[in-house]
Ligand binder design. Structure first.
Ligand SMILES: [Zn+2]
Length: 519
């Protein structure tokens, strides 16, 4: 049974129903139907040719890599892959579309009927159903300003024209804004793991449009509870939202639009089926065109391309070579390294982070006292990575992938050695942060930092006993407190001892000696 989030608004019950269309730019070197390069930030109209600018007499040639990436995605998204699919022309006139049609897929897409499993806040799992996935080419870009200067004419850049895209369409099966953002981040992570796209919303390689309606219908509430797909005819009038360029924009646009629908229903006003644009500055959605003004795309099969035939053997070959998906990696981390669900989730949230963790653990495993088990190694590496390492990345506003590309000073070998020093008792946990700081600044190996600064932990019990006697003699009042039953007073004694050794005393041993001497 699905737990559904009915919204109470002015004493009425509402359920938002959302379906998403996600456009993903496929990670190919060249365009969909010609050999022009796909490059971001290139000089305008540099990567163009007669094919992608629609000159007479040219013929499109399908990019095999784009098809391979679509198949890889279809496998990862649990879709049914169709061995035969058809390219179609979608006809419309717009200055950024030099052919006056876009080559897409219409009636027979490359894949259908998939799902993505998402984890909701209450830890429940939910399947988000994928209706279809198809291949198409991107349009160009219009420029209406240069820098801050608004133009009274427009410029066109065809570099993006013909770039391979994959469109992934869900069923109307998302019922809250949280479900939408969870689906999008799960989808993005999967596609990044399998190397299909960098899925960067800022660069426009991951774009999302949303179909929104709001239901007051009990029949729909029941269907949703039973986890059934809602027939389109039962849904309220939908609006299509476009121009959402970040997760924040998607969230705000949906919240605004859902409330607008609910208000209209309460006021008895008709909701118009239309396309609306999110205006980020004004923080509202605005009508772009109504159903009456909608394009009639006059789709027909693309006469210049044969049907796309995908051999079973090719699908099998791609399946065998596909990267481990985030949810599988998480399960493995929990099983093999005995990590908690929470830790495993943090680590697999980015493939580079997960790989960094695992490389560190495996390197350390080869080179550490064999009495220390894998679980302890993994737990400590995970702690250092998620607190010290990620903490500093966040402070510098960097992702792990950017760090790996830009930072040549620190590698997983540093983290492995630091964890080894801690686990073998060479350094105390008190000094870990300080050593990490120095390592982060200089790129020096932790062992050389420890040796250079004399930070080796004092674990010699004779030496510590002398120290403990000294602290006891200097603090008669606190000793008295402890002896009269104030257990926590020992903390302040340990603190003084630590201060005297500049954090180098072995805290575990120190505590034992204090307890022994004071009992
Ligand atoms: Zn071209």
């Amino acid at each position: 049974m699905n737990q559904i989030n009915i919204i109470k608004y002015e004493n009425k019950s509402f359920l938002p129903v959302i379906g998403l269309e996600v456009h993903v730019q496929l990670n190919t070197k060249t365009k969909m139907f010609c050999s022009c390069a796909v490059e971001y930030g290139q000089q305008s109209n540099k990567n163009i040719c007669p094919v992608c600018t629609g000159q007479p007499g040219v013929l499109p040639v399908l990019n095999k890599k784009a098809v391979e990436l679509a198949i890889r995605s279809a496998i990862a998204l649990n879709c049914k892959i169709h061995q035969e699919s058809i390219f179609a022309r979608k006809n419309y006139y717009y200055p950024d579309l030099p052919k006056n049609y876009q080559i897409s897929q219409y009636e027979q897409p490359v894949a259908t009927d998939g799902y993505v499993e998402i984890e909701l806040e209450n830890k429940n799992k939910k399947k988000v159903f994928i209706h279809r996935m198809h291949l198409e080419e991107d349009a160009g870009k219009l420029l209406h300003s240069i820098g801050k200067e608004e133009l009274d004419y427009s410029l066109v850049d065809y570099n993006r024209t013909g770039t391979p895209l994959m469109e992934i369409v869900t069923e109307p099966c998302l019922f809250s804004v949280d479900e939408v953002t969870e689906y999008l981040s799960t989808l993005r992570n999967i596609l990044r793991y399998i190397g299909v796209s960098d899925c960067d919303m800022e660069k426009g390689t991951f774009r999302c449009d949303a179909n929104v309606s709001v239901s007051t219908n009990n029949e729909i509430f029941n269907l949703v509870e039973q986890e059934k797909i809602i027939p389109i005819k039962l849904l309220g009038t939908k609006t299509e939202l476009k121009n959402m360029n970040s997760f924040k924009a998607i969230k705000e646009a949906l919240l605004y639009e859902i409330e607008r629908h609910m208000k209209n229903i309460i006021l008895g006003e008709k909701i118009v089926q239309e396309t609306r644009l999110w205006n980020e500055t004004a923080e509202r959605t605005e009508s772009m065109r109504s159903k009456e003004e909608a394009h009639d795309y006059r789709y027909f099969p693309e006469p210049d391309l044969l049907p796309l035939i995908i051999e079973k053997e090719w699908i099998e070959e791609i399946k065998e070579n596909i990267a481990e998906l985030p949810n599988k990696k998480k399960e493995r981390f929990v099983l093999v390294y005995s990590l908690s669900d929470y830790d495993a989730n943090v680590l697999v949230s980015e493939q580079d982070l997960a790989n960094f963790f695992e490389k560190t653990v495996l390197e350390l495993k080869k080179d550490i006292n064999e009495k220390i088990d894998l679980k302890t190694i993994a737990k400590n590496v995970c702690n250092i990575i998620t607190t010290e390492f990620l903490g500093r990345l966040n402070a510098e506003n960097k992702t792990i992938s950017e760090f790996i590309v830009s930072n040549k000073k620190i590698s997983h070998t540093h983290i492995a050695q630091l964890t080894k020093l801690l686990l073998e008792g060479t350094i105390s946990s008190k000094l870990l942060k300080q050593i990490f700081d120095q390592m982060w600044q200089s790129g020096d190996m932790p062992l050389s930092i420890v040796e250079k600064n004399g930070l080796v932990q004092i674990s010699d019990s004779k030496e510590l006993e002398v120290l403990v006697d000294e602290v006891i003699n200097e603090n008669p009042k606190i000793v008295q407190d402890y002896k009269s039953g104030k257990q926590q007073a020992i903390g302040s004694l340990i603190g003084s001892a630590m201060k005297k050794t500049k954090g180098k005393a072995n805290p575990k041993l120190l505590t034992e000696i204090f307890k022994k001497k004071l009992s």
